[in-house]
Design a protein around this ligand. Structure first.
Ligand code: ZN
Length: 325
């Protein structure tokens, strides 16, 4: 037994050093907090694919997931109950009155579980697939606050326009999409991770007078989904991705983004208070290396954890693009 333990030591050390290298890379790429230009669009990364995007008048909350259930709860299918106190605290922090809409890109637990409770706190509509709407119903939301959307729908919120583009989930679990199917009945917590079925998957094209942002929360894609679409910046889910080059080709290069901000690589089985740590096997350095081949086309940056930074208009909000190399 001891012999096997000794044999495992180099593997552990390798994991630790890879983790340190990834963390150094992440920190080097972090967008610095600058003086917020007037009328700028600001974003807060809440871990996973969770983003709050606001121009000060209108705020769009996407995939907020702060409950961050432990790995054992997920693996063993134990009942999950959202952390209502933490949701209340963050609704307060972001400003209830600033949350105009809560949008969910697909209905796995790490995207949808907290979303209806944020919507309730903010008295905002919950928007997503029918599966997402059933999570809203299970949370006791009024039908008037539930908006089911189909691909290609466009909605307006203040100066923001959001287009729902049909996308695909990344092959996150040993090459397969976890928890496929739909949620067909109202889902009330506590519920198991496996009760939060995928539903459909949306990418969100968020347009504003100061620029266009793409929220591509899950690391899959459909071959022609971005035909004719160009954006300034992408929030790109990289956890559970397939081939990195193909992913970059079909999502990032296709949309001609100038700024790429990877998300959904943090270890969301650990509590938010512990700060950012990497999801095991996310291969952040590999992503960086392959993205860096296109340094003349786009700049790669990371978001600070749970802190607001200005993102648009890009030339004034992020200074200086490309200087990180
Ligand atoms: Zn998912």
């Amino acid at each position: 037994m001891k012999k096997y333990m000794i044999l495992l030591i180099p593997a552990f050390l390798q994991l630790i050093f890879m983790g340190c290298a990834d963390m150094g890379l992440y920190q080097r790429l972090v967008i610095k907090k600058t003086v917020t230009p007037q009328k700028s669009v600001r974003t807060t990364w809440l871990g996973t694919a969770g983003m709050f995007i606001t121009d000060g008048k209108t705020g769009i909350l996407i995939d907020p997931y702060l409950s961050r259930f432990s790995m054992s709860k997920i693996v063993f299918g134990w009942p999950l109950e959202p952390n209502y106190a933490l949701i209340r605290k963050w609704a307060e922090k972001l400003g209830r009155e600033n949350i105009t809409a809560v949008i969910v890109s697909h209905s796995h637990f790490d995207h949808v579980a907290d979303a209806p409770y944020f919507a309730i706190e903010a008295d905002a509509p919950l928007i997503g697939t029918e599966s997402t709407i059933n999570v809203g119903r299970g949370a006791g939301m009024a039908e008037s606050k539930l908006i089911a959307v189909k691909p290609d729908r466009t909605m307006r919120f203040g100066d923001f326009t959001v287009k729902f583009i049909e996308s695909a989930h990344g092959p996150a679990l040993l090459g397969r999409v976890p928890y496929p199917g739909t949620i067909d009945q109202p889902l009330t917590p506590p519920a198991a991770a496996g009760d939060y079925r995928l539903g459909g998957v949306f990418a969100l094209l968020i347009s504003h007078p100061s620029g266009a942002i793409l929220h591509h929360g899950s690391a899959g894609f459909k071959p022609e989904m971005y035909d004719g679409i160009a954006v300034d910046a992408i929030f790109l889910g990289i956890g559970g991705r397939g081939d990195t080059d193909q992913y970059l080709e079909n999502v990032v290069l296709k949309t001609r983004a100038r700024l790429v901000v990877p998300v959904h690589f943090d270890n969301f089985f650990k509590p938010l208070e512990g700060g950012m740590s990497f999801l095991p096997m996310v291969k952040f350095a590999e992503f960086y290396r392959k993205a860096d081949k296109h340094r003349s086309v786009f700049t790669l940056r990371t978001m600070p954890f749970c802190e607001e930074v200005a993102i648009l208009p890009m030339d004034t909000a992020i200074e200086p693009l490309g200087a990180i190399r």
